[in-house]
Design a protein around this ligand. Structure first.
Ligand code: GDP
Ligand code: MG
Length: 383
C-alpha cells in the first residue's frame, strides 16, 4: 500500500476508535453574541445542529459505492482503480495462457473493500467484467452486463417490498460504470456506441480514454472532440446527464465537466521521486508522466468527479432515476405484484432495442418524499 492517509481492511469488522466517542452528542450551542444571527441568545432554537447529527449518523453508518469497470483487457482498468483508491482494490492482470486470458464468455467479478479515511468508512465494490470486447465477434457482449445491473435492481426491489424488510437495504446497485475507450485516436467503434447507447439508459456511464500517455496532446484533443461528437450523434447521454441538473449552479459546474468528457487518463501504482517529491507516475526514457498533474493527464479531474465532488449525486441519480425506471416498469408489468418472477432474463425489450423506456421519470413527476429521500445528503450502508 502506498504512503497515504487511506487505510483498507478486507474484513469489515474493524471498529475505529474514533467512532467510540459517538455516544455523547455535543450539546448545540447558541451563536456567540454579535454573530450574524443578530438577535440575542434567547432566539436561538438550535435547528442547525441537525447538520452535526446527520454527519455523526453518516460517520457511524459509513458509505457504499459500487463501481463497474468495462473495456477490453489490457486497457489499464485494474491499474486505474488502484490509482483512484491508492491501494490494491482491483486485481491486476496476471500473465496467463491465451485460453485463460480471454474467457469464453464475459465474467462478472465483484470485489469489496472496506476503506477508511479520516474516520469516514466506505465499502467500495469494484465490479470487473473480464472478457468484454475481447472476442472476434463481440455482438451482444453488453447483454450480460445489462442483466447484472438489472439483477441488482431486482434484488433491491425484492428487499424493499418485503413485509419484514431490513432496516437498511444492502445496496448492490451499480452506481457508476466506467467505460474504457482504447486510445486509437480515431473515433468511437461500433462496439463502444452499442454498449454506451444501451447501458446509458440503465446506469451512469463515465467514459474515459485509457492509457492517454500513448497519444500526443493534439491527438488527445482531437480524439476527445471526435468522441464527444460521436456521443452526441448517437444520442448517448453519459454522466452528468444534462436533464438531471438541478439548478443553474449545477448546470454551470456540470457544463464544465461535459466539455471535458471523456477524461484522458493515465494510471500507475508506482511512486517516483520528482523534484524532491514522491509522486504517482509512469517513468519513461524521456521523463516521468505524473498521474495527478493536470498538465499531464486528466486523472485528477476524474478522481474529483467520482470521489470528491459528485459521489453523492452519482448515487442519487442511480436511486432516483435508473432504479426508479426499473421499479416503475416492474410494478407496471406485474400489476403491482412485484414478487412475480421478472420477465425473461431481465433485459427489458425496450432496453434491448436501445429504446428509452416510455415510463422514464423526470424530476417533475417525482413525489415529494422521493425527492427528499433521494436528495438527502448522505446514504446509509452496511459495513
Ligand atoms: N502506458 C500505459 N500503460 C498502462 C496504463 N495503465 C496500465 N498500464 C499497463 O497496462 C497493462 C495492463 O494493465 P491492467 O490494469 O492489468 O489492465 P486491465 O486488463 O484493463 O485491467 C499493465 O502492464 C499496466 O502497467 C496507462 O495509463 N498507460
Ligand atoms: Mg484487470
Amino acid at each position: 500500500m502506498l504512503n497515504t492517509d487511506l487505510s483498507l481492511s478486507s474484513s469489515g469488522s474493524e471498529v475505529n476508535p474514533s467512532h467510540s466517542n459517538m455516544s455523547a452528542p455535543p450539546h448545540p450551542q447558541p451563536p456567540a453574541k454579535g454573530a450574524s444571527h443578530g438577535a440575542g441568545d434567547f432566539s436561538y432554537v438550535g435547528i442547525d445542529a441537525i447538520l452535526e447529527q446527520m454527519r455523526r449518523k453518516a460517520m457511524k453508518q459509513g458509505f457504499e459505492l459500487n463501481i463497474m469497470i468495462v473495456g477490453q483487457s489490457g486497457l489499464g482498468k485494474s491499474t486505474l482503480m488502484n490509482t483512484l483508491f491508492k491501494s490494491k482494490v482491483s486485481r491486476k492482470s496476471v500473465v496467463s495462457t491465451p485460453e485463460e486470458r480471454i474467457p469464453k464468455t464475459i465474467e462478472i467479478k465483484s470485489i469489496s473493500h472496506d476503506i477508511e479515511e479520516k474516520g469516514v468508512r466506505m465499502k467500495l465494490t469494484v465490479i470487473d467484467t473480464p472478457g468484454f470486447g475481447d472476442h472476434i465477434n463481440n455482438e451482444n457482449c453488453w447483454q450480460p452486463i445489462m442483466k447484472f445491473i438489472n439483477d441488482q435492481y431486482e434484488q433491491y426491489l425484492q428487499e424493499e417490498i418485503n413485509i419484514d424488510r431490513k432496516k437498511r437495504i444492502p445496496d448492490s446497485r451499480v452506481h457508476c460504470c466506467m467505460y474504457f475507450i482504447p486510445p486509437t485516436g480515431h473515433c468511437l467503434r461500433p462496439l463502444d456506441v452499442e454498449f454506451m447507447s444501451r447501458l446509458s439508459k440503465v446506469v451512469n456511464i463515465v467514459p474515459v480514454i485509457a492509457k492517454a500517455d500513448t497519444l500526443t496532446l493534439e491527438e488527445r484533443d482531437f480524439f476527445k472532440q471526435t468522441i464527444r461528437e460521436g456521443l452526441r450523434a448517437n444520442g448517448i447521454d453519459v454522466y452528468p446527464q444534462k436533464e438531471f441538473d438541478e439548478d443553474a449552479d449545477d448546470r454551470m459546474i456540470n457544463d464544465k465537466i461535459r466539455e471535458m468528457i471523456p477524461f484522458a487518463v493515465v494510471g500507475s501504482n508506482q511512486e517516483y521521486q520528482v523534484n524532491g517529491k514522491r509522486l504517482l507516475g509512469r517513468k519513461t526514457k524521456w521523463g516521468t508522466i505524473e498521474v495527478e498533474n493536470i498538465a499531464h493527464c486528466e486523472f485528477a479531474h476524474l478522481r474529483d468527479l467520482l470521489i470528491r465532488t459528485h459521489m453523492q449525486n452519482i448515487k442519487d441519480i442511480t436511486s432516483s432515476i435508473h432504479y426508479e425506471v426499473y421499479r416503475v416498469r416492474r410494478l407496471n408489468e406485474t400489476n403491482g405484484q412485484p414478487n412475480a418472477q421478472p420477465p425473461n432474463t431481465l433485459v427489458n425489450p425496450q432496453q434491448a432495442n436501445g429504446v428509452a423506456p416510455t415510463s422514464r421519470p423526470t424530476h417533475s413527476r417525482y413525489p415529494l418524499w422521493l425527492y427528499f429521500s433521494c436528495n438527502h445528503a448522505l446514504s446509509p450502508v452496511y459495513l
